[in-house]
Design a protein around this ligand. Structure first.
Ligand code: PLP
Length: 426
């Protein structure tokens, strides 16, 4: 009540200036949406739910409704919303120091790098912020390795990617996208990329020549619709890369850090990529943190001044990432993803709905692909939302189920009842 009055007074004071503070107390869902639509670029098409807080697997909207979050911010919130340990690390570090820039050193980054190395077995890491930036960083490292170490001349050199990929929204990462909308109107594009079909190792073998620098691949395609490649695919591609002195780069930004029931999804194929790109859950959703993991030989191509980022490797990011990794391991979230993922997949496979074309996934990373006759996944996501489950369609026909990895079996069971009901609608 007190803050309500303050807001009213403040509104009165600034009423005649252009800059008005609006009391959110009188606002309904629709008002938030209208405000956002009026003043924000329309580069997203969100479901009409306005979330104001979250805890673990649950989020709450401005009208007090509670939802089970089955998207987990595209797997950035593997540790659950507002995990108390991560929030505590964030607060503690925020009160000490947040940003030094890498013109100076800070006392958090060295520990993050060491802990990443111990956890993943990669000698070195290069920290960035968003996933797209980390992909760009890996591509730059690969190109420089290609030119300076493999000996490909400076004007050539190709990186192979797969169709249906997702690597971010920068000009370079959309340059090798096969999604028409991602590119329409944004050209000209970065040269030096070739695209082959996903899941086809022979296509990789065929396209490699003396100018091939690297192969960039998602172990499971996330935005592409939770596409699981044929078994042994990554292993075959890895062998082809090794035989041809081509770098194998795994984009594990969405699949990594426990999402698929292992630390990394590529571990299902018993390979060790030359570079692994991580992001999203590296901060438990509390801050943008990403990184490229690799060897001294490859990341060693960077000399001071070659590459950087004002915020990359800042102490706040490092402290948050350190705690996020500890939570992932100490709370056994990877094991929980494996066990409950297997359980959930099994139950979903048993649902007999005329709409379901295929159910697939690994760990708590599951896609339900619907037949075209189902008229799109979005209407099912809307129906799920009405019943208290938040999912987002991907690629029109796929419902992705990827809750925070802190979910319990009882919560999975409750969700299953609703998901089944919704899939059985007309
Ligand atoms: C999300 C994602 C990215 C991009 O990450 P941003 O943080 O959104 O830039 C890149 N690759 C994959 C596989 C992703 O899922």
């Amino acid at each position: 009540m007190f803050s309500f009055i303050i807001v009213l007074i403040f509104n009165k004071l600034v009423h005649n200036s252009k800059y008005t503070i609006i009391g959110k107390f009188d606002m309904q869902t629709k008002d938030f949406i209208d405000l956002e639509e009026k003043h924000g670029a329309h580069n997203y098409n969100p479901l009409d739910v306005v979330i104001e807080r979250g805890k673990g697997v649950w989020v709450f909207d401005v009208e007090g409704n509670k939802y089970l979050d089955c998207l987990a911010a595209y797997s950035a919130v593997n540790q659950g919303h507002c995990h108390p340990r991560i929030i505590n690390a964030l607060k503690t570090q925020a009160e000490r120091i947040t940003l030094t820039s890498r013109a100076f050193r800070n006392d958090q980054l060295p520990f993050l790098l060491k802990e990443l190395s111990d956890l993943t077995g990669y000698e070195m890491a290069l920290p960035m912020n968003s996933g797209a930036e980390a992909v760009e960083t890996a591509l730059k490292a690969a190109r420089k390795w290609g030119h300076k170490i493999k000996g490909i001349d400076a004007q050539s050199g190709d990186i192979i990617a797969c169709d249906n990929n997702f690597a971010g929204r920068t000009i370079t990462t959309i340059s090798f996208s096969t999604e028409e909308q991602y590119k329409d109107g944004f050209g000209p594009f970065t040269p030096g990329f070739k695209v082959i079909p996903y899941g086809n190792a022979d296509a990789l073998e065929k396209i490699i020549d003396k100018n091939t620098i690297a192969f960039l691949v998602e172990p499971i395609q996330g935005e592409g619709g939770v596409v699981v490649p044929p078994s042994g695919y990554l292993q075959k591609c890895y062998d082809i890369c090794k035989r041809n002195n081509v770098l194998f780069i795994a984009d594990e930004i969405q699949t990594g850090l426990g999402r698929t029931g292992k630390l990394f999804a590529h571990q299902y194929d018993n390979i060790k990529p030359d570079m692994v790109i991580i992001g999203k859950a590296l901060s438990g959703g509390c801050y943008p943190v990403s990184a490229v993991l690799s060897s001294k030989e490859i990341l060693g191509v960077f000399n001071p001044g070659d590459h950087g980022s004002t915020f990359g490797g800042n102490p706040l990011a490092a402290a948050v990432a350190r705690e996020s990794l500890k939570v992932l391991i100490e709370e056994k979230l990877i094991e929980n993803s494996r066990d409950l993922g297997e359980y959930l997949l099994d139950k979903l496979l048993k649902i007999k709905s005329k709409h379901i074309k295929e159910v697939r996934g690994r760990g708590l990373f599951i896609g339900i692909e619907l037949f075209p006759e189902a008229k799109g996944a979005r209407r099912f996501c809307k129906a799920l939302m009405k019943r208290g489950i938040l999912c987002k369609e991907t690629h029109d026909n796929v419902i992705r189920i990827a809750p925070p990895l802190v979910i319990t079996k009882a919560e999975v069971d409750d969700a299953l009842l609703i998901i089944k009901d919704v899939l059985l609608m007309d």
